[in-house]
Ligand binder design. Sequence first.
Ligand code: SAM
Length: 265
Amino acid sequence: MSPERPPEDSQSPAGAPAPGGGAPHRRRFRDRRPEEYPHPDLNPYLKLHREMGRPVVTAEEAPRWRGRWREAFARPAPLHVEVGPGNGFYLAGMAGLRPDLDWLGVEIRFKRVVLCARKILAAGVDNALIARYDAWFLDDLFAPGEIAGLHVNFPDPWKKDRHEKKRLLGPAFAAWAARAMAPGAAMRVKTDHAPNLDRLVAALAGLPLAVEARVADVARHGVPWEDDVVTNYQTKFDRRGEPVHALLIRRLPGPAPARPGSSGE
Ligand SMILES: C[S@@+](CC[C@H](N)C(=O)[O-])C[C@H]1O[C@@H](n2cnc3c(N)ncnc32)[C@H](O)[C@@H]1O
């Protein structure tokens, strides 16, 4: 990537909360306007994602729906959120399989936001939106208990030890999930990288979240839930014969930790 090219994932994860949910290096996700990039035309998706309109929700708009996503969908339905939907196979597919639920993807990369939006449009569903936002700052987007279902498919693994800080699935993410998920809500995770799941499971200690099921090889044993869609990355691992792991976590009744830097909500 040219150093002058508008970065796809902007400030993340340089501004990620410190592992352990401590003080973030950067407190807010700052969405830069196209004109703030030195050469905005080098990445056509930077402008395109803003011009598309629905189903895209820009990073500028997304926090305004916090606590009232049902108004964005113009109906009261349980809100399911996919973090990092990439090209949108899963998001659009699940929206078609479960029209009774509202589906919101949160994706940082401009191009993937656009591809995901095109998938939603091609699927002809009206219960899915794709928000451009940084998943390290999800408290900006969701009020406590607002999420009825959480989906994470193949988060970037960051396998090297020195990339530990960049791994999304960890203490800060688990604490956020405990806040945002309603009691009884489920979190579904699929990954090719089992240590990602170990790290997330270790982060559940002391939180009202419990592992309900874990599967080591989805191709052989199936996923521990109904209504699944094979994702783009999953297809790649399936073709290579590499096992895909699945984890199902349940939000238990009970209080969640307060949002860092807040006096409670
Ligand atoms: C390995 S890809 C998986 C894509 C898709 N879920 C799949 O299974 O095919 C990881 C996705 O997470 C997105 N992502 C990475 N960091 C993110 C962040 N901080 N906020 C939102 N999305 C992020 C990437 O842009 C990418 O689309």
